[in-house]
Design a protein around this ligand. Structure first.
Ligand SMILES: NC(=O)c1ccc[n+]([C@@H]2O[C@H](COP(=O)([O-])OP(=O)(O)OC[C@H]3O[C@@H](n4cnc5c(N)ncnc54)[C@H](O)[C@@H]3O)[C@@H](O)[C@H]2O)c1
Ligand SMILES: [Fe+2]
Length: 383
């Protein structure tokens, strides 16, 4: 056994309907009087934040809502939210939504007090402190952002940058499956595949693979793999929704400590250049990266095949069964399988491959080294 470090959030509550009755706990636990709720306008319009808002107001907490988060959030959104937090003298930030809202909430929490700017904290371990409490409530079962110390921000027309720092870990995470029953099928599918990719890539993480993450991955994959189709086809099934939320969180906790690799590295340029949602970008390259990785990782993929009780007598056969199982899920839930279906031209592959090679932070975690020619070949296969 190699030495390892494992970090996570302070506390997790899993309870259907919890967001409608959490006010007293927030007031008591954090001595909070002045909350900034960070979300996107879609969730605001759906009325999903209302029960939480009312629960906070009932115990005398002042609540300001910032609902201008967009998918793949930009620097200007973070700056605008930080300004609101400073003006209002906020003492607690609640991120409410998908990865986009939660990623913004993390940054606002560390920038709302102190004198660092967003530009100062890109990269690893640059944050000097956090003066306000941070609560995260996911409404997609996907990114696992609620339990990661990572925030991803769109920095230009087509580039994304990460902030990774232990100060981004939430004090409290709430999983309320009732919030996710209305999540549209195509978002359920894409975000669910993202979560499955987190599990798979954490399990093959080249440098920081560890037994805690491995244990989380096995249970996450079991929960996600057994429930993703049901959650997509019958979104009202609260059991399936709860399983997806727990699975996504466990996968998030796994990859927070055993980081993801080439699937994410090759997915990011699709998001950056073509604004394809994060989960769908992952789904498009997933089987092709796994086929490429198999040479180095088929032993590990076959262990994951065993978790799902897939057939096969040898590691190679089980690896094929595992990849085909993932492809069948994508087909069943109606996820696009080819880049060309998304108006990407074959001539774009060179640019995508060049961009992917910039993701060195992720590529070093991949179980097999990826060259520019390899990246090109993977995109060709996905095209
Ligand atoms: N921090 C991390 O560790 C981490 C990991 C992976 C991805 N990310 C980032 O997360 C972002 C993607 O997050 P995401 O995939 O969760 O999507 P998202 O937050 O961008 O939300 C996508 C859409 O789903 C809608 N939505 C969310 N919950 C809903 C619900 N319950 N009912 C109806 N509609 C709902 C939102 O309004 C939005 O329109 C990207 O910016 C990505 O880079 C972060
Ligand atoms: Fe992801």
């Amino acid at each position: 056994l190699q030495n390892f470090i494992f970090n996570s959030v302070g506390s997790v509550i899993v309870e259907d309907g919890i967001s409608s009755k959490i006010g007293p706990s927030i007031a008591a636990k954090f001595n909070s009087r002045n909350v900034l709720l960070i979300t996107d306008s879609g969730l605001q319009k759906l009325g999903l934040i209302k029960p939480l808002f009312d629960s906070l107001v009932r115990v005398g907490i002042k609540v300001t809502v910032f609902d201008a988060v967009e998918a793949d959030p930009s620097e200007s959104v973070v700056t605008a939210a930080v300004l609101v937090a400073k003006e209002q003298g906020i003492d607690c930030i609640i991120g409410f939504g998908g990865g986009s809202s939660m990623d913004v909430a993390k940054l606002v929490a560390v920038l709302a007090s102190g004198n660092q700017n967003l530009k100062d904290i890109y990269g690893l371990d640059k944050v000097t402190g956090r003066g306000v409490s941070l609560v995260q409530i996911p409404t997609t079962a996907g990114t696992g952002s609620e339990v990661t110390p990572i925030s991803i921000i769109t920095t230009g027309e087509d580039t994304k940058m990460g902030i990774v720092d232990a100060h981004l870990y939430a004090d409290l995470v709430m999983l309320d499956a009732e919030l996710t029953v209305g999540l549209p099928s195509h978002i359920t599918a894409a975000t669910g595949i993202d979560a499955m990719v987190h599990a798979i890539e954490a399990y093959t993480s080249a440098i920081k693979k560890n037994p805690m993450s491995d244990a989380l991955v096995r249970e996450a994959l079991r929960l996600l793999g057994n429930n993703i189709v049901e959650a997509c086809l019958n979104g009202q099934n609260i059991e399936a929704r709860r399983a997806m939320l727990i699975g996504a969180m466990m996968a998030g906790s796994a990859f927070a400590n055993a980081p993801v690799g080439a699937v994410h590295a090759l997915a990011y340029p699709l998001g950056g250049r073509f604004h394809i949602p994060h989960g769908l970008s992952n789904a498009l390259v997933l089987p092709h990266v796994l086929r490429f990785n198999a040479k180095a990782a088929s032993g590990l993929y076959s262990e994951l095949a065993d978790v799902m009780e897939l057939p096969g007598k040898t590691p190679a056969a089980k690896t094929i069964a595992f990849i085909e199982w993932l492809e069948t899920i994508a087909d069943t839930v109606g996820i696009e399988r080819q880049l060309r279906q998304l108006n990407i031209a074959e001539s774009d592959i060179e640019m995508l491959a060049t961009d992917a090679m910039q993701q060195t932070r992720l590529l070093i975690n991949n179980p097999r080294e990826v060259s520019l020619a390899d990246a090109r070949a993977i995109y060709e296969a996905a095209w």
